[in-house]
Design a protein around this ligand. Structure first.
Ligand code: 5AD
Ligand code: SF4
Length: 467
């Protein structure tokens, strides 16, 4: 049994990162078994689930969307806020009785919650029927862990290991049009509210040559769009021996000829002028930047350890906003410990100034082991909820306004599938990341087409294929 430890997880050891090229031969030993996987949280988790699915496919498992008929249930979890915790344990409760019908059923929990000491303690004490718990650092060990977890609870979570694992023969894609590409793992920023530096470990960048090899392979398979993933992509390469920067990487990825490149998430701290220049100059780097601000109050930004002021953010925002057709979105937390009404009003004012194309807004959620969870917090929950509502009103107003500006324009849209709202339509994203429901034939799926924008709602656009 290997248990997570928050103190160990906070350490940034000087050990060299090992690059492990995982190219084992998998045996299809679970040939007639089915697995179900549910993912909570960010794109990084979504992509980890693709990797897990790739390994399970290699082992002979087939995927099912029905958890009640599966032989293996995997919950890939998120620890960013408390609400997922309740959902995950609620779902696990619904799985318990399934073991009576199928004694061979395996239930596994992985991802960021598995890296939390308190969660694993809770599982040990109250959920003996969970067979396997594994963390974010050892997905590659899944084949052995599965074998070993039959018959007793296996917990295998490393806190400090920070290797980069390159899967050579695991196919890990849900879509054949758009693909996630990790460029780095972990985060060293330690924003005081955030659990990620503990659950995902120290920053480890993938080598540029491995990233480029993956992107070239995607191009040759006909992929149209890739999204480069990292908790803080602007800091890419700071930990590499040759210190390749994110702007250099972006240029090289652009040269592969892939139609569209996106990246998330950018931290204002490391966003350089060179990056802005590279984005502006390359047509296949999409003009869409997610730039979390978190708060408009300098006092709160300092308490959050964000390392920039409201003024720094606005200067950067204005520079990025000059890129042609760019849209900028953000993340904002309200109700951080010590946030007064005046601090909150500064956040509202910043939202009014920036007129973001969209924003993810959250009420602060104390995470066990983080510095902010120990800060004095006197604001009532009702007051925090009220701030969230007031903020959302402003955010939605500008989101709609930014959509209205696109009315009657012609946009290039990558069609990714059938519209969820209306199955007679298809849907896709503009270059600046607006969802459009389009009147066009299904044969356009997988293609970039020109679309005339005919309608604008708060969170999506309507359009028709240009004649
Ligand atoms: N409470 C509320 N929101 C949080 N986020 C991260 N940690 C917390 C927390 N403890 C938000 C931040 C981040 C986004 C991914 O989640 O806004 O940018
Ligand atoms: Fe969390 Fe801050 Fe790192 Fe983002 S940059 S993952 S908010 S610690």
């Amino acid at each position: 049994m290997k248990l997570p430890n928050m103190l160990d997880a906070a350490k940034r050891n000087k050990d060299k990162v090992e690059y492990i090229y995982e190219n084992r031969d998998y045996n299809k030993i679970y040939d007639n078994k089915k697995y179900f996987i549910r993912t909570y949280g960010c794109q990084m988790n979504v992509h980890d689930s693709e990797e897990i699915s790739g390994i399970l496919d290699n082992l002979g498992y087939t995927k099912t969307e029905e958890f009640k008929e599966s032989d293996l249930i995997i919950l890939n979890t998120c620890a960013i806020r408390e609400n997922v915790h309740d959902k995950v344990f609620g779902f696990l409760g619904r799985c318990k009785h399934l073991k009576k019908q199928n004694p061979d059923l395996l239930i596994a929990l992985c991802g960021c919650m598995a890296q939390e000491e308190v969660v694993v303690q809770e599982i040990k004490e109250k959920y003996p029927y969970i067979d396997l718990v594994f963390g974010t650092h050892n997905i590659n060990e899944l084949p052995n862990m599965l074998e070993e977890s039959f018959g007793h609870q296996k917990i295998n979570v490393y806190s400090t290991e920070g290797n980069v694992i390159e899967f050579d023969n695991v196919y890990k894609r849900d879509s054949n049009i758009t693909a996630w590409v990790n460029i780095m793992y972990g985060c060293d920023k330690f924003c005081t509210y955030c659990i990620v530096p503990y659950t995902r470990g120290k920053q480890r960048s993938r080598k540029p040559e491995d990233i480029l090899k993956e992107v070239k392979d995607l191009v040759s398979r006909g992929y149209k769009e890739i999204t480069l993933l990292g908790q803080n992509v602007n800091a890419y390469g700071k930990d590499l021996e040759d210190k390749t920067s994110f702007s250099t990487l972006l240029k090289e990825v652009s040269n592969t000829g892939i139609d569209r490149i996106r990246f998330v998430t950018s931290h204002p701290w490391d966003f350089t002028d060179e990056m802005i220049d590279v984005i502006a100059k390359h047509d296949n780097i999409m003009p869409y930047i997610h730039l979390p601000v978190q708060s408009g109050s300098n006092k709160i930004l300092k308490l959050m350890n964000r390392n920039y002021s409201k003024e720094d953010y606005l200067t950067l925002f204005n520079k990025i906003n000059k890129i042609k057709n760019v849209s900028i979105t953000t993340d904002i937390i309200v109700g951080f410990p010590g946030e007064t009404e005046e601090d909150f009003l500064e956040t509202l004012k910043l939202a009014e100034t920036c007129k973001f194309a969209g924003a993810f807004t959250f009420v602060f959620s104390p995470r066990n082991g983080t510095p902010a969870s120990k800060m004095k917090d006197e604001t009532l929950k009702s007051e925090k909820d009220d701030r969230l509502q007031r903020l959302n009103k402003v955010i939605n107003k500008y989101s709609k306004e930014s959509n209205l500006k696109m009315l009657r324009t012609i946009q290039k849209v990558l069609i990714t599938g059938i519209s969820e709202k209306d199955d007679s339509k298809v849907c896709g994203y503009t270059e600046n990341m607006k969802l459009v429901n389009v009147i066009a034939p299904k044969s356009t799926i997988g293609k970039i087409i020109e679309v005339e924008i005919t309608g604008a709602k708060s969170f999506s656009l309507d359009g028709k294929i240009k004649e």
